[in-house]
Design a binder for this molecule. Structure first.
Ligand code: UDP
Length: 241
């Protein structure tokens, strides 16, 4: 049987991946679909960790606008939103028999472990899916940067960035029928052309650590597993494209 291309992967799941299309909050069916996709990868023997976003509940910069909430507080609220999402992902994975551990960048000791790098690596080695919550633990950045940071810390072979479409396109494929998917890009292509794939700080961290970023669609059944096996649709971003 063919071997997976990657042994240890970090999956970045945005908050919008946890709600029904066009809605906010958390949707049980979407969660289950996501968990099934992760399970397919775990069954390959690949070590999986995930950074969960919080945009389906709170984005720090948005909540501060038009309210008396300080922006810094808003960002902490956003980080707490990722904790809510991570708990939802954890229970759903466990409900289908996937062993997990959750670690938070903010101490919430009755709910989950605190992020401890060496412990996270040990969980991965034991085949547990590690769910990272609360981003970096610092305001004014996003969970994309948290994902790049954790990917670097646990020495992931690839950062899988789940989006609504199966890669980076020449134009917005939802509005432009002529848009075509780009198979390969360099980190510098993303930075120079200011392509809205991930935050600049996330791209920069991955570039420095030499971690490729694979942009893929998680809502396409089996696609993440196929991408990890070397087929499947996505865009790979690396030093040499
Ligand atoms: N956030 C933060 N520091 C971090 C990660 C997240 O302050 O390290 C806050 C920030 O306000 C952000 C919110 O948490 O808007 C939710 O995360 P994000 O927007 O990255 O979620 P996603 O878009 O992936 O759902």
């Amino acid at each position: 049987m063919a071997k997976p291309k990657y042994q240890r992967v970090l999956l970045k799941i945005s908050g919008e991946g946890l709600c029904a299309p066009g809605k906010s909050g958390i949707d049980g069916d979407q969660l289950l679909r996501l968990a099934e996709e992760i399970k397919l990868v775990v069954e390959l023997g690949v070590q999986v960790c995930a950074v969960v976003g919080g945009g389906n509940i709170v984005r720090g910069s948005d909540i501060a606008k038009g309210s008396q909430i300080e922006e810094t507080t808003g960002h902490y609220m956003g980080m707490l939103a990722t904790v809510i999402n991570a708990l939802a992902v954890q229970d759903t994975l466990e409900s289908i028999g996937v062993a997990t551990r959750m670690q938070s960048a903010l101490a919430i000791e009755s709910v989950c472990e605190r992020f401890i790098r060496r412990r996270a690596i040990r969980h991965l080695e034991k085949g547990r899916v590690v769910i990272f919550a609360a981003g970096t633990g610092n305001p004014f950045v996003t969970t994309d940067t948290g994902a790049a940071l954790r990917a670097t810390e646990v020495r992931a072979d690839v950062l899988l960035k789940a989006t609504k479409v199966d890669g980076v396109y020449t134009a917005d494929p939802e509005t432009n029928p002529d848009a075509t998917r780009i198979e390969r890009l360099t980190y510098n292509d993303i930075l120079d052309k200011r392509l809205a794939v991930m935050d600049v700080s996330a791209i920069d961290l991955c570039q420095r650590a030499g971690i490729p970023i694979l942009v893929l669609n998680l809502r396409q059944p089996g696609n993440m597993r196929d991408v990890i096996m070397g087929s499947g649709a996505g865009t790979i971003i690396s030093a040499d494209g």
